[in-house]
Design a protein around this ligand. Structure first.
Ligand code: GLV
Length: 332
């Protein structure tokens, strides 16, 4: 195939150059080497004439965009969460959608666990205090937090990442693991993880450390709000590495301020990268900028998987992590 007959693809974000180079033999690549997210309108304009797009978890792929881009055949995201992609609309438009599960599981679980530990042991709060020159003497309860080992770990969302966090808690720290999920795990998987299934409210009442890893959807919007926070122990911590919007950030800030729970660790925020200013006003919180999957090897692997999916989707191959493989079956 000569160069000008190659399908055109759009890479919406700055990526690793070697990953973009993998696309070049197959496609005419329109590479937007930028870090700022695109508006729906800009994305729509840029996708004109493109057969494929490599995106992150921020670019909105919805029915109006698909209507406006009839040549589009594949949208491949380097994120595992795909709440930015309307998968049924992609299927209806014959557009293959892919995400990037698996390659980030252990890295993200490491981070979730680290954030939970930093929250329980007040690591950043004490660092800010120390940097401010306020350490004048030792005292018996100086930044005394709560124990992680032996405590009850509650996980909301028991997919791959939730299970990897459960293993860390049970095997590494002797934690008692309880979880809540849309569907209960098979008994042998529960036994292997040493995890107990609980209803959401029961879980909230029991946990010492809650870690949220559930995908964002209409059903999980504000899954944790004021009423749910009220059920938790005053000594409990909450860690959110799922998506902004699963937790009601305003209600959380209030609960932290009133010490209705002890502390929170947040890697994701409603409306990020903007933050609810109330979150910045409370000391008992650890804040990170959506970096749970950000080890260099893992971010490379995520981008690489998106490229593999895109190449396969547009060259008659089998994309390894399709969200709507029925589109390919229909293509025959
Ligand atoms: C990160 O949040 C992802 O969904 O990959």
């Amino acid at each position: 195939m000569s160069a000008d007959q190659r399908p055109r693809v759009f890479v919406a974000r700055r990526l690793f150059p070697e990953v973009v180079d993998r696309l070049r033999p197959h496609f005419e690549v329109d590479y937007r080497e930028a870090d700022d997210p695109m508006t729906a309108e800009a994305l729509m304009a840029r996708l004109q004439g493109c057969a494929g797009a490599l995106i992150a978890g921020t670019e909105p792929i919805n029915a109006p965009l698909l209507d406006a881009c009839p040549q589009l055949r594949a949208v491949c995201s380097m994120a595992v969460g795909f709440n930015n992609i309307d998968v049924p609309a992609c299927t209806a438009h014959g557009v293959l959608a892919t995400n990037a599960p698996g390659v980030l599981t252990e890295t993200t679980a490491d981070f979730g666990f680290a954030l939970m530990m930093a929250t329980a042991r007040r690591i950043t709060e004490s660092e800010h205090w120390l940097r401010a020159g306020r350490w004048l003497h030792w005292s018996v309860d100086l930044f005394a937090g709560s124990d992680v080992h032996g405590a009850t770990l509650g996980i909301i969302g028991m997919g791959r990442i939730g299970q990897a966090i459960a293993r860390r808690g049970a095997l590494g720290f002797g934690m008692k693991v309880a979880y809540h999920n849309r569907s209960r795990l098979p008994a042998e998987e529960e036994a292997a993880l040493g995890a107990r299934y609980l209803g959401l409210h029961e879980l909230l009442r029991e946990v010492d450390h809650l870690v949220i890893v559930v995908p964002y959807s209409q059903q999980t919007h504000h899954l944790i709000g004021a009423a749910e926070l009220d059920l938790m122990k005053p000594t409990a911590t909450l860690t959110n590495i799922a998506r902004g919007g699963v937790v009601d950030d305003a209600a959380l800030a209030q609960a932290l301020k009133a010490r209705r729970i002890a502390a929170a660790g947040l890697d994701v925020f409603e409306g990020e990268p903007q933050l609810n200013p109330a979150l910045l006003e409370v000391p008992n919180i650890v804040l990170t900028p959506h970096i749970a999957s950000a080890s260099l090897p893992t971010r490379r692997a995520m981008a690489d998987l998106a490229a593999t999916n895109l190449i396969a989707a547009l060259t008659g191959g089998a994309p390894p992590t399709a969200l709507n493989p029925e589109v390919l079956e229909r293509r025959g």
